[in-house]
Design a protein. Structure first.
Length: 364
């Protein structure tokens, strides 16, 4: 157990982190730092923090760990605000979704005896603020740590242990590798979703077009609902790898534009096949540094208690659902739910039990 953890920025991520620390007994004291005292008082009432201050230096005094849980462009400024209060041996981490600039600036700012470990929890919510904080937000989520050759090994080990105690899965990446990966699988999809919405909106006649937008369109564009200020900061901070991907995407659009203009049906089929084959490479169970997950789809009726019923069956047999996603629902008829499990044995046992309950199961 840590004596004291200071969290600078008690919103969704900072508040959820604090809740996890308090609920699991991982820190005796969790001090929130911020400017809005109403927000900080709310955080105390929600047990996201144990106490608070608006003085950054005072807030980090005596802390074994300082978490900078702020938007990416505010993180180094927050570090400057607390640096004079950091004691030797203190670990400092952040939760920014880009890492190269933050890690470089942070390592230059902290004294030699203070240890910075870059961090990025790959989780979140469409809601914001400490009111949306959830002690289970990190449960089963990937939490990336970005050590460099300057990172203290003991500090890295402590951060890894803390993250695992919060229920998350630790992945260690070089900051540059991290930024390239998240540019491809997180930041660029948001950019494309926003571009797609702007394109369709620009066509006009939204009163007739938007009501016909089905699940595929809504799923593809859902992330365009994100906070524009937050995503502005992310795009600017990670612009170099993002621009490389945009250039590749432009070439792909030019390719399909040429295929369509030339009415080359064979080339069109080849292009679509290539995309389908690439999509099939996405693991149904994650590989490499990701923990394996084993999936199955079930069909349930559209009535109150349907999800609770199958969840109760699995609970009674001690089977944990690692992830759940509602894929398709037709009102009054039912729908398909995808379930993920941490082991093949759990998946197979769950399939057998639900099948015995008369629930159609399709193992993937």
């Amino acid at each position: 157990m840590m004596r004291k953890v200071a969290i600078f920025g008690v919103g969704l991520i900072g508040g959820s982190l604090g809740m996890g620390l308090v609920a699991r007994g991982l820190a005796r004291q969790v001090t929130g730092i911020g400017r809005n005292e109403d927000n900080l008082r709310t955080a105390v009432s929600l047990r996201a923090i144990t106490d608070y201050t608006t003085d950054p230096v005072r807030g980090v005094e005596g802390a074994e760990l300082v978490v900078l849980a702020l938007p990416v462009r505010l993180i180094t400024g927050a570090l400057r605000a607390v640096v004079e209060g950091l004691a030797p041996g203190t670990i400092v981490t952040d939760v920014g979704s880009t890492k190269v600039e933050i890690v470089r600036e942070a390592e230059a700012l902290v004294p030699p005896e203070v240890h910075f470990v870059g961090g990025h929890p790959m989780t979140g919510s469409e809601q914001a603020g400490v009111q949306a904080a959830d002690r289970y937000l990190f449960e089963g989520a990937y939490y990336i740590l970005t050590p460099t050759q300057n990172t203290d090994h003991t500090a890295l080990s402590k951060m890894s242990g803390l993250v695992e105690n919060l229920g998350a899965r630790v992945i260690k990446l070089d900051p540059l590798e991290h930024d390239r990966i998240v540019a491809a699988v997180s930041h660029f999809p948001h950019l494309v979703a926003s571009a797609l919405m702007n394109t369709i909106f620009g066509l006009g006649d939204t009163d007739r077009t938007f009501p016909l937008a089905a699940g595929g369109f809504r799923d593809t564009t859902r992330i365009a609902s994100g906070n524009p200020d937050v995503w502005r900061d992310i795009f600017v901070s990670n612009r170099r790898p993002l621009l490389e991907i945009v250039a590749g995407f432009r070439r792909e659009l030019q390719l399909i534009e040429g295929i369509l203009a030339g009415s080359d049906e064979a080339a069109l089929v080849d292009w679509l096949k290539k995309a389908r084959q690439a999509r099939e490479l996405l693991p149904s169970k994650a590989k490499g540094y990701m923990q394996d997950l084993y999936h199955m789809n079930i069909t349930i009726s559209d009535q109150p208690g349907s999800i609770a019923a199958f969840a109760a069956t699995l609970y009674r047999h001690g089977i944990n659902i690692s992830d759940i996603e509602v894929l398709r629902v037709r009102e009054g008829e039912g729908g398909t739910v995808r379930l993920a499990f941490g082991s093949k044995a759990e998946r197979d046992q769950a399939a057998r039990l639900l099948g015995e309950d008369g629930i159609p199961v399709n193992k993937r």
